[in-house]
Design a protein around this ligand. Structure first.
Ligand SMILES: Nc1ncnc2c1ncn2[C@@H]1O[C@H](COP(=O)(O)OP(=O)(O)OP(=O)(O)O)[C@@H](O)[C@H]1O
Ligand SMILES: [Mg+2]
Ligand SMILES: [Zn+2]
Length: 262
């Protein structure tokens, strides 16, 4: 007995791009093509997975970064982040996000990464500075399989790297060498780095300067600077690699806590 063939549907083509992966767009009189949403979606899922965004920050988006009402002072930082995400990769200058504890630096950095991944399909990587140095140090242990280069390769190669909490490890010769290896290698390859730090973007307290009235006073009030933590040379390199974005505001964690008690 003959069974009719199951009703096989012809595969549906993507209505935007006919499965070419490129869809036409027009800007004024100029017609161009851009990556189609169908490809971006599949690609962004795998890029997001590869980006190593910590669970704690998975909710962070540019769109849910508050910068009105009581958080108005954060508006310039959000604006700079949006502008960066819009202009990349025409402008590949990175960002150095500076601000006190809990002001939203990591949120903004993760928001940018997700925007680059989701709208432009750009390979990105998130690394906490302490975590990265720990993984490199671990690789020297003979019982660990990964070599130093296994850890560093994706850090060197990714198109956009977020290095969170730069300077958070007590500086030693090895720490300085490692930071300069990472930053210099990305700089030489013209790769974009987004950095966050709690340390003020000020020079190191050099031996010669240490005795001046000004430096002594500043050290007493402000504590260590970014220059102290990563060295003046690397701080100056950062100025070539990044635009400085200052985040002004209160500790968001405290604000949320007190709001929930009201
Ligand atoms: N403007 C904002 N709008 C919405 N949520 C925010 C904002 N700023 C911070 N948050 C939230 O507050 C928490 C702390 O922010 P985040 O971790 O980004 O601060 P940080 O500046 O990186 O702090 P730290 O110096 O401790 O690393 C996060 O959960 C973040 O999502
Ligand atoms: Mg942070
Ligand atoms: Zn398509």
């Amino acid at each position: 007995m003959n069974h009719p063939l199951p009703n096989s549907q012809p595969p549906t083509l993507c209505p935007l791009c006919d499965d070419t992966g490129w869809k036409p767009i027009s800007q004024g009189n100029i017609r161009r093509v851009t990556r189609c949403d169908c490809r971006l979606h599949a690609r962004s899922l795998s890029l997001l997975e590869a980006a190593r965004i910590p669970k704690r920050y998975e909710h962070c988006e540019l769109a849910n970064f508050e910068c009105d009402g009581p958080h108005r002072s954060l508006f310039p930082a959000r604006h700079a982040a949006n502008k960066f995400a819009e202009e990349y990769p025409l402008d590949t200058t990175g960002l150095l996000l500076i601000g006190s504890i809990g002001v939203g630096k990591t949120h903004l950095a993760v928001g940018i990464l997700k925007e680059l991944i989701q709208s432009k399909g750009i390979p990105c990587l998130f690394y906490d500075y302490r975590e990265l140095l720990k993984e490199i140090q671990n690789s020297y242990n003979s019982s660990v399989q990964a070599t130093e280069l296994d850890v560093l390769r994706p850090v060197f190669e990714t198109e956009v790297l977020v290095l969170d909490e730069l300077g958070a490890v007590k500086p030693t010769e090895w720490v300085w060498d490692t930071v300069s290896l990472i930053l210099n290698s990305r700089y030489n390859d013209n790769k974009t780095t987004i950095i966050t730090t709690n340390f003020p973007n000020e020079p190191a307290h050099t031996a010669e300067a240490a005795n001046s009235e000004f430096t002594r006073a500043r050290r007493a009030t402000a504590g260590e600077t970014l220059g102290d933590r990563i060295g003046e040379r690397m701080r100056s390199r950062l100025h070539e690699m990044c635009r400085i974005v200052q985040l002004q505001g209160a500790d968001f964690r405290q604000t949320m806590k007190s709001a929930s008690f009201r």
